[in-house]
Write a protein that binds this ligand. Structure first.
Ligand code: PXP
Length: 244
């Protein structure tokens, strides 16, 4: 069964909306781990719109499971990631005007600069480096050449597809991409837009997934259930322990 890593960026988004000191994303991370998460994901963006540098240092101290540092190839952020030395670094595209990460990296066009960054992260002692990529075999084919060990498949199109034929089509596209990535010798992760509704179809359809990264749906549900319950419910789904 895949590992469940919970993205706690949105706890910091809420904190920052009121320029407050609470809710604390580090406290949230500890509660997520106590409630069944195998680790924590955060994205240190260039504009620091949610997680800030102080959060990063505190997360590094507090997280007991796997810590996944999402980042762009921005020089300053790469430097902070190298210093933090998380278990996993996931490279993602970043545009200032986007609301959230939109689409995967263009690995074909950016192979040279991605290769340099992957090398820097590995030389800093980071054991696993992933590239966030659309479920597109042409893109996946070149991931290994950058030195990355891992691919995180972008599940956004699947998550946004209306239930029915369109969603089934997207699920099969991700399944083929996961199969191909596995054949290329890559470790397969997945994430973006996975939720309590679409996860069952995702897990039935897509092979070889070792880790999922889920944020918004869990933090959104936590408003009604509390964070502990929201994480436990998602952990049961991901671990196949859900009764329904
Ligand atoms: N994986 C990556 C690379 C992301 O950028 C995000 C969004 O921050 C996620 C997973 C989690 O997506 P969501 O918050 O929709 O679950």
């Amino acid at each position: 069964m895949p590992n469940l890593l919970i993205n706690i960026d949105h706890v910091a988004t809420l904190r920052n909306a009121r320029r407050e000191t609470f809710p604390d994303p580090v406290e949230a991370a500890c509660l997520c781990e106590a409630s069944g998460a195998d680790g924590i994901v955060f994205h240190l963006r260039e504009d620091r719109r949610h997680i800030n540098d102080h959060d990063v240092a505190r997360l590094k101290q507090a997280v007991r499971g796997k810590l996944d540092f999402e980042l762009s190839t921005n020089e300053e952020i790469v430097e902070i990631c190298c210093r933090t030395c998380p278990e996993l670094a996931t490279l993602v595209p970043e545009r200032r005007e986007e609301i959230t990460t939109e689409g995967g990296l263009d690995v074909i066009r950016r192979q040279a600069d991605l290769t340099v960054t992957v090398d820097r992260l590995k030389k800093a002692g980071i054991g696993e480096v992933a590239l966030f990529v659309d479920p597109d075999v042409d893109q996946i084919r070149v991931v290994r050449d950058t030195g990355a060990s891992t691919i995180e498949l972008h599940t956004g199109d699947f998550a946004n597809a209306p239930a029915g034929a369109d969603q089934l089509h997207e699920a099969s596209r991700i399944a083929k991409a996961a199969e191909f990535a596995h054949e290329c010798g890559l470790i397969v992760h997945a994430g973006h837009g996975l939720d309590y509704e679409n996860y069952r179809l995702f897990s039935r359809s897509v092979p070889h997934v070792r880790e999922v990264s889920i944020g918004f749906s869990v933090i959104a549900r936590s408003i009604f259930t509390g964070l502990g319950v929201a994480v436990t419910e998602m952990a049961r789904l991901v671990k196949g322990q859900d009764a329904s």
